[in-house]
Design a protein around this ligand. Structure first.
Ligand code: OKP
Ligand code: ZN
Length: 343
C-alpha cells in the first residue's frame, strides 16, 4: 500500500513536555516519523508520496473557526507577549467558569483551546499539524479513488484533538478530518476504529451526536489512564448518534487475548454498520515495551492486528496516532500494515 508523508511534519520538534510533575524530554518527536519511514523503505512496502495541499476547508468541516484562528495566530500572539520557545497552558474554563467570551490574552486563549498541560506548542506546530492533516486527506483520496488501503504517516497525531481544543500531543484530528472528507466525497457511512492505548476523546466528541460515523475505541480504562475524563463503556452516543459510539476500556496489563477479544467485538459491530470505508486510528502504544503505556501486545501481535482488520473486507485508511517505543515503532507499524496486506 502507499504511504503519505511530508517532511513538513517534522517541523514540530518539541523539546519538553510537562509530565509527572516535571519538565521532561518530549516523547512525541520527529524521530517517530523517521523510523517508520525508514522501515517502510527497508521492507519495500510501497511508494511514499508527498501529500497534496487541501487548504483550510476540510479542517473547518471538523474544527471550530475560532480554534483554527487561535492555532494560526498563536506564534504571533505568543511572541508579542514577549515569550519564545514552547507554550503550555495553565488555566482552564472548568465547571462554573465561562468558556465565553473568548479571552484576548494568549494565556487565556491557551487555556480556552486546550484540555491538558502536557502538549508543547511552538512556532512550527500549526504548519506541521496542517501537513499531517494533508497526509490523512491524501490517504483518504487514495482510498476513495479505489486503493484497497493507504497509510497516512501522521505526526503530530490527532485523536485527542476535538472541534475546539488541543491536547495529548494532538492539534488537528487527522482521522476525523479524513472521515468527514470521505463522507463529503460520497461515502454514506464511515467507521473509525481507534486502537491506540489511549482513548480517542477528540474523535468521540466530534462524532458523538452522529449516526453516519461510527466511532469505536479499544483503550486503557480512563479510571486508570489518560485522558481520564472520557472513554467509559457507558458513553454510547447521543441523539441521532445513540448507539454509534462504542468504547472498550480495558484494565492496564491487557495482553493479546484480552485485547483481541475487544477488537473482535468491535469488528462485529463494524460489520453490522456496513460502512463504505474504515479509518483505523493506528496507535502503536499498546506495545508491551511502550514507555508510557501498560498493555502487552508483542511485535507479532501487530501482524495479527493487521490481518484481523483486513478480514473486515473494507477499503481502509490507516492514520498513525501514538506509539513511543521509538526503536520498535517502525517494525510495529509495518507489521500491522503488511499483516493487513497478507490478510
Ligand atoms: C497521546 B496518544 C505520562 C504522561 C502522558 C499524555 C499522553 C498522550 C498520549 N506521564 N501524557 O494517544 O498516544
Ligand atoms: Zn496513545
Amino acid at each position: 500500500m502507499k504511504t503519505v508523508f511530508s517532511a513538513g511534519q517534522l517541523a514540530h520538534d518539541p523539546r519538553h513536555e510537562i509530565s509527572d510533575g516535571e519538565l521532561k524530554p518530549a516523547v512525541e518527536i520527529p524521530a517517530r516519523a523517521e523510523i517508520v519511514r525508514a522501515r517502510i523503505l527497508e521492507a519495500g512496502m510501497g511508494d511514499i508520496l508527498a501529500p497534496e495541499e487541501f487548504g483550510m476547508a476540510p479542517l473547518a468541516r471538523v474544527h471550530d473557526a475560532g480554534y483554527l484562528d487561535f492555532l494560526d495566530s498563536f506564534w504571533t500572539r505568543w511572541t508579542e507577549a514577549g515569550r519564545g520557545g514552547e507554550a503550555f497552558p495553565f488555566v482552564w474554563p472548568v465547571r462554573g467558569l465561562r468558556a465565553d467570551p473568548v479571552p484576548d490574552h494568549i494565556d487565556g486563549l491557551l487555556g480556552r483551546y486546550s484540555f491538558d498541560a502536557g502538549t508543547p506548542m511552538g512556532e512550527e506546530t500549526f504548519a506541521a499539524a496542517r501537513a499531517s492533516a494533508n497526509s490523512a486527506l491524501t490517504g483518504a483520496r487514495l482510498v476513495a479513488g479505489g486503493d484497497r488501503a493507504a497509510f497516512a504517516l501522521c505526526r503530530p497525531p490527532g485523536h485527542h484533538a476535538a472541534a475546539d481544543y488541543y491536547g495529548g500531543y494532538c492539534f488537528l484530528n487527522n482521522a476525523a478530518i479524513a472521515a468527514q472528507w470521505l463522507r463529503d466525497a460520497g461515502a454514506a457511512r464511515v467507521a473509525i476504529f481507534d486502537v491506540d492505548y489511549h482513548h480517542g476523546n477528540g474523535t468521540q466528541a466530534i462524532f458523538y451526536d452522529r449516526s453516519d460515523v461510527l466511532f469505536l475505541s479499544v483503550h486503557a480504562d480512563p479510571r486508570e489512564e489518560y485522558p481520564y475524563f472520557l472513554g467509559h463503556a457507558e458513553e454510547t452516543g447521543i441523539g441521532a448518534g445513540e448507539g454509534f459510539n462504542v468504547n472498550y476500556p480495558l484494565a492496564p496489563g491487557a495482553d493479546w487475548g484480552v485485547w483481541s477479544a475487544a477488537l473482535d467485538a468491535g469488528l462485529e459491530r463494524i460489520a453490522r454498520f456496513a460502512p463504505d470505508v474504515l479509518v483505523v486510528s493506528l496507535g502503536l502504544d499498546p506495545y508491551e515495551k511502550d514507555p508510557i503505556s501498560r498493555f502487552r501486545l508483542t511485535q507479532d501481535d501487530f501482524t495479527r492486528l493487521g490481518a484481523r482488520l483486513a478480514r473486515a473486507g473494507l477499503p481502509t485508511l490507516f492514520v498513525l496516532e501514538g506509539g513511543y517505543a521509538v526503536d520498535a515503532l517502525g517494525v510495529n507499524c509495518v507489521n500491522t500494515l503488511t499483516g493487513f496486506e497478507a490478510g
